[in-house]
Design a protein around this ligand. Sequence first.
Ligand SMILES: Cc1ncc(COP(=O)(O)O)c(C=O)c1O
Length: 423
Amino acid sequence: MAATPLTHPSSATLPATARPAGARRSLASRRVADLGHNYFDHLDALIARARRRHGDVIDLSKGNPDLTTPDHIVRAAQDAVGDPGNQAYPPFLAKRSVREAIAEAYLRDHGVQLDPDTQVTAFHGAHEALVALPWALLDAGETIIIPDPCYPPYLDAARLAGVEVARVALEESLGYQPDPAGLAEALGGAAMLLLNYPNNPTGAVATPRTWESVLEAAAPHGTLVVNDFAYSSLDFAHDAAYSLLSSLSSLSGDTGEGRALEISTLSKTYSMAGWRFGYAAGDAEAIAALRAYQSVAFSTIFGAVQDAAEAALRGDQDCVGRIAATYAHRRESVVAGLRRQGWHVAATPGTFFVWVRARGTGDGEALAERLLEEAHVAVAPGEGFGEQGRGWFRLSLVHDQDTLAEALRRLEEWSRAQGRSQV
Ligand SMILES: Cc1ncc(COP(=O)(O)O)c(C=O)c1O
């Protein structure tokens, strides 16, 4: 009997010419071949080459937190590693204790009531949750709206899952909030809108009006609104009342019929980027689908990491303020230093990124290459974040004050050598 080929529903939609049979058939799937280069890998290669040539390069191109994880969290993890209960396979669903801790943190920090049984699920970091979103919640061919500029993995996740992408521009003149007209146009027929406030790369934070208007616009279309809340603790614009703001807290107001989900992480809030713990919270139907996908695609999360996450979320929160204050202080001095040198810096108050216009050149990529080769400072060219990033670049603040001061000194020297008009 002839074998019946096993056909995956989404691969069945690929044209027959995509992967010719025979000896020279590509081993990469079409969806992987279409990914193109990983933006940050590419940057790393350029920086490594510059280091081989020049030795010392200050890398302000990526957002890898330099601050260490608070001691009480490390100690809780050390104890948890020795717990025999954490040495076998953990259950697929995250422990109830950590789901409860997430719900408690949401209530404490954002005034949002969540059911830990149905409205919370955990991942190995927000990145994994973001990749899961289109796979778990969209069918191939459905549309996700993604901001431009944006954190590059959003696009890769959409490409991998075979969903259509529409972009909504974030412009400086609108404070990097979504343009209402563009959004209204894109929403017709879109299954999901993914936003990110506080925003990478621009540093913009959402206003209460942002969430109200987005949820209001999305509700009639049944579009799920997702906020990537990775920088939830790094919002330096708002007073105590505002810092409660999340897309989910806006849901409970007049726009309560909307559907919303939020993706969060411990990476930045508690300086736990290497620990790989993130979570999704909100709409119960979306959470159920994410859980089903997560258990198949990524299996389980090490129990000791879950216990450490619980210790972070339930423990002393002073560390969150200390970490945020460190970035706020760095941000103030770097922004002031850049402005003194004549750079145009976006007037945005969030995250540990600074968004700067490559004045004069109109080409962030060319400028970034020159800064790397001539000033030995690596920055992330805006083009890597989308068309709207053209002519901008992003600096990250994940270095101590002395290193940031040295980077500023190098930029100043470089600018002087060029003549101010060149930058
Ligand atoms: C906007 C944004 N979302 C998500 C992530 C990923 O976070 P995690 O470390 O939890 O995977 C990052 C990391 O830099 C980010 O900038």
